[in-house]
Structures are given as structure tokens and as C-alpha cells.
Design a protein. Structure first.
Length: 87
């Protein structure tokens, strides 16, 4: 079963908290690079953690298009849905 966008946002926020030095209020509209000051290496580490957690492969060409936590949840949902429909 594919998770809902809200469930994905919650999961992504939990993973992101391990990358942050201080407690920040995170939501679907939080900009990953600007609001969280994550550099490109941290973003790639985040993508690898998400790939492992959700058993997906996030295409590198999608990464520049992902700005917010909501965008990231949409991308994961799209990939998971495509995987489910192909099985």
C-alpha cells in the first residue's frame, strides 16, 4: 500500500530532524535548502536515506526540482505509485 502525502511528509520530517542541529518547526512548505541551510552533500545524504526507507530510487534529474518538503513527498509518492502500478 502506498502511503498518503501527509504520511510521507511526516516521515520526511522525522528523517530531516536528524540532519538539523536545532529544533525547527517543519512543514510541507519548508524549503529544504533555503530554510534548513542544507548543502548539496546533506541533500544527497537525505535522498539516500529516503531511498533506503521507502525502497525507491530517486532519479538525479528530479533533485533540482525538489524545493520543499511537500515537493519531496510528491516525488516519493509519484515514484512509489509508479512502482506499485508496474508490479
Amino acid at each position: 500500500m502506498v502511503a498518503t502525502k501527509e504520511q510521507l511528509v511526516d516521515s520526511i520530517i522525522e528523517i530531516l530532524k536528524s540532519f538539523l542541529k536545532n529544533e525547527q518547526v517543519l512543514s510541507a512548505t519548508t524549503n529544504i535548502s533555503r530554510d534548513l541551510n542544507l548543502d548539496s552533500l546533506a541533500i544527497m545524504d537525505l535522498m539516500m536515506e529516503l531511498e533506503e526507507k521507502f525502497d525507491i530510487s530517486i532519479p538525479l534529474n528530479l533533485v533540482p526540482e525538489i524545493q520543499t518538503i511537500g515537493d519531496l513527498a510528491d516525488a516519493v509518492l509519484q515514484i512509489k505509485t509508479a512502482q506499485t502500478s508496474n508490479t
